[in-house]
Design a protein around this ligand. Structure first.
Ligand SMILES: [Mg+2]
Length: 169
């Protein structure tokens, strides 16, 4: 059911940089699949906000991380991945499953031990839920690592999700 697919396991009220890593570890998360645009950095920026960089460095020391982006630009996503030496996938086609399946095969973990973290319900959360991942919705990030003020898209998606009957925390 669509309304089930639209429910993140964790509706985080702030950005990735504010997500408590310890809580993910306590929930037996063993690997992270991360959206890039607006989750790690604003769409038209090329360098990571300092708060996001610190979070990623801390997370990378404890877990494997893969960047999974719908953005087709290998130059852009590759340059973000290179800043932290992370593997990445472009043109992932979320909410379709094929690209995410390939990442999961590489990770070789039970799906519920893999967290998919992103800012979009209709791409990131649906893709992760379709394959049984632990899904986390974060607020889009601004250049200072704070929640983006112009957050119309996520607000619209949350509104639509409630309209089709999704119970959101
Ligand atoms: Mg995004």
């Amino acid at each position: 059911m669509l309304r089930e697919l639209l429910r993140p396991d964790w509706l985080h009220g702030s950005t990735l940089a504010d997500l408590p890593l310890q809580t993910l570890l306590e929930r037996e998360v063993k690997a992270l699949v991360l959206d890039v645009d607006r989750t790690l950095l604003p769409r038209h920026r090329s360098s990571l906000p300092e708060a996001a960089r610190r979070w990623l460095q801390m997370a990378k020391a404890q877990l494997p991380i893969h960047l999974l982006s719908n953005n087709p630009s290998r130059a852009r996503i590759g340059s973000v991945a290179a800043q932290l030496d992370l593997p990445f996938t472009t043109a992932a086609g979320k909410p379709r499953r094929s690209a995410l399946r390939r990442v999961l095969q590489q990770l070789d973990l039970p799906h519920h031990q893999v967290a998919l973290i992103g800012d979009r319900l209709f791409t990131d959360v649906i893709a992760g839920n379709r394959l049984g991942l632990y899904t986390v919705l974060v607020k889009p990030i601004d250049p200072d690592g704070l929640p983006c003020r112009q957050d119309h898209l996520q607000r619209l998606e949350l509104h639509l999700a409630r309209w089709v009957g999704t119970t959101l925390g």
